[in-house]
Write a protein that binds this ligand. Sequence first.
Ligand code: KIV
Ligand code: ZN
Length: 511
Amino acid sequence: MTKHIQFFDTTLRDGEQTPGVNFNTQEKIQLAKQLESWGIDVIEAGFPISSQGDFEAVQAIARELTTTRVCGLARCNRADIDRCHEALVDAKHKQIHVFIATSPIHREYKLNKSKQEILDSIQEHVTYAKSLFDHVQFSAEDATRTEPDFLAEACELAIQCGATIINIPDTVGYTNPSEYGQLFNYLQENVPSFDQAIFSCHCHDDLGLAVANSLAAIENGALRVEGTVNGIGERAGNAALEEVAVGLYIRRDHYQASTSINLGETKRTSDMVARLSGMAVPRNKAVIGANAYAHESGIHQDGVLKNPETYEIITPQLVGVKENALPLGKLSGRHAFISHLEELGYDTSDKEALSIAFNNFKDLADKKKTITETDLHAIMTGQNMEATSHYDLIKMQVQSIDENTHVATVAIVDHTGSQPQIKQDTAIGQGSVEAIFTTIEQLLGQEEVTLLEYRLDAVTDGIDAQAQVHVLVEMPNRQEVYAAGIDYDVLKASAKAYLQALERGSQHVKD
Ligand code: KIV
Ligand code: ZN
């Protein structure tokens, strides 16, 4: 019989714990709406007590979503639970996620609590959470390194106190598929009220097994899977939900499981997370990497031409990879542009934002022969990224003096003060990117920044593709920050990415 697997996305909470990744509230709302369109059942929008910013983002998302359940994280203490309740009060569908560590190493070194004290805390706090929420998720942090009999006791107690979802996290990515599957089997047999709750899996990727472990849990009784888009997350990251979703679909003969995921929105969701997190997707990444549908060897190409199924188990169309040129060009009017945006699911009610988008589209259409759906998505995400920035790039010139000397002049509008201020500066560098980055550092008064990574990609194929630059920088306080910039011009895309990185780095210090 087919079972239904719920998808719980924690890109905005566990995903944001990735070093260097910081989403602002507007970006979180944009991502949450896209996750809703993708068909995610529950979004973990943040950890409301951790900061005012997290609280406001959870609250804003709670007010925005209509079909997806919004969840906030809380430790086993009343202040966390109250703050979560306050943040979620306006949500149409809400859930709380209460956790406490159960493993011997966490009990002894982190919490300094006995087994009985852990059980008492579960009893008190799950009961309290249940007095405020209908849907209560309890997580036994570091479950996979917990004594199985104690884990079963903790889960049973949480259910008795009102938990409706029990999560079994592999917090440190330690388990493997057969062991994790057996653990779910053990819990089915040893938690008397197993059937009264939904059991959920939550895997980290330290040993590269997060997706395999999640699928093993699903084979052994888990009815909910947790993870992030593109697998972003602390250390090696979380289970990549796009891989789990496509795995369940392609091998439905084996898993006999359905989901509510709208697979056609997968690529778009992944692209948005890559741009807003600043973390580029590796080309060979399963399901959504640029090479996932490329066939290089002659034998493979020949086979695919004769019958794509010879070497292609996933079609690019399944996950929404399409490069259809749109019937849009430099002569297209506003009306055609709006109707394409609406077809792609964008809200066009903000007239000011729409005018900017239309001008950006016209600029691009002047330079680029064919405009694709991906170009339109890039315009819209790039525009949102710029709309939330305090610095607008208004002019940039680079001159080559000799092979090793470039001079850059950059002008920006600085919106950080009470009045917008135009600022301009000039610097030299060995290459053009170095000259631009040094000028931006001078303009923002951030001269001790180290560039750790720089990656340039094309948004679409072809010589006239838009450029997408991803950078990773280290700020003077050693904090790492990812950022991305999109523009038709490679150097402008570089400047936008660097401006964004320095702005984020000076704003955020992770809790
Ligand atoms: O990995 C983990 O244990 C977590 C908990 C908060 C559930 O993210
Ligand atoms: Zn986690």
